[in-house]
Design a protein around this ligand. Structure first.
Ligand code: PAF
Length: 288
């Protein structure tokens, strides 16, 4: 595996690969890699000829007072994990390489960026869309792998790629979980032992929401409040939101129907964790 720090070097290597007929797989990350990232890298390894992963803690997607400075970093460990997962090129640009001058051009994806994470973190998705657009412009035509844990981010990236005709195939990959259901996240490292024990309540609440829908519940308010009650019963959890939306539009269908996503964000001490699960409800048939 080769570590590359400049845009020019990454571009010329990937251009040469594509000119030789090789396909490119791309896994964008903010580092502090875990097995969820490794599974994206392994999938890219299995499906494409040259695998590039990026590590860049993107300041644009952190709001004032968020954890930009505290965000965990360990490049040596990340390098070992990426290499073991089959990455060929590890792109690790500095902030000066990515943003040599103040950024005047930003990308925002209306509508999809407004509810849920967008409401809680108003500048977050413009920061994500801008850096992902920039990374796509640097990497060029590729298959890009994103985890479903950040489901709203995945939807937004897919839409941006369609709207702006990026030559990128976006591949959504299943969330990797601990045995007790907690979704893998770099931010899990912030949890104390007690908070770590409490944190699986997030996934339990989402699954209870799904179970209620599978049992016939069609009122979004009921499902929302069921999930909220389960989370709020955990003394170490502070609910940010729990919601059920249409998986494409992110609007709340009432009654619930179609391809749904249940999403929640919960604080445990310093950590703000998000998770989601999907369920499909057939539309009611005429006359019954
Ligand atoms: O999901 C992440 O780690 C980040 O939001 C991403 C896509 C690498 C952009 O900084």
């Amino acid at each position: 595996m080769k570590t590359v720090a400049t845009i020019a070097e990454l571009r010329s290597r990937l251009d040469a690969d594509r000119a030789a007929g090789r396909t490119v797989g791309f896994v964008p990350t903010m580092g502090y890699l875990h097995d969820g990232h490794a599974s994206l890298m392994r999938q890219a390894r299995a499906e494409t000829d040259v695998v590039v992963a990026s590590i860049f803690v993107n300041p644009l997607q952190f709001g004032a007072g968020e954890d930009l400075d505290a965000y965990p970093r360990d490049l040596d460990r990340d390098t070992r994990l990426a290499e073991a997962a089959g990455v060929d090129l590890l792109f690790v640009p500095g902030a000066d390489e990515m943003y040599p001058e103040p950024v005047l051009t930003t990308v925002s994806v209306a509508q999809l960026s407004e509810p849920l994470e967008g409401a809680s973190r108003p500048t977050h998705f413009a920061g994500v869309a801008t850096v992902v657009a920039k990374l796509f412009a640097i990497v060029g035509p590729c298959r890009a792998y994103f985890g479903e844990k950040d489901f709203q981010q995945l939807a937004l990236v897919r839409r941006m790629v369609r709207d702006l005709s990026f030559p990128v195939d976006v591949v959504g990959c299943q969330t990797a979980r601990e045995l007790d259901g907690l979704a893998l996240s770099s931010r899990n490292t912030y949890l104390t032992r007690e908070e770590r024990e409490a944190a699986p309540v997030l996934y339990r609440a989402l699954r209870a929401g799904v179970a209620s829908i599978l049992a016939g519940e069609r009122d979004p308010a009921f499902v929302r409040s069921l999930m909220a009650q389960i989370i709020e019963a955990e003394p170490l959890a502070r609910l940010d939101y729990a919601e059920v939306v249409d998986a494409d539009s992110f609007r709340v269908p009432d009654p619930l129907a179609g391809n749904l996503r249940l999403l929640a964000a919960v604080r445990f001490g310093r950590a703000r964790l998000i998770d989601n699960v999907g369920v499909t409800v057939p539309a009611p048939t005429q006359g019954g």
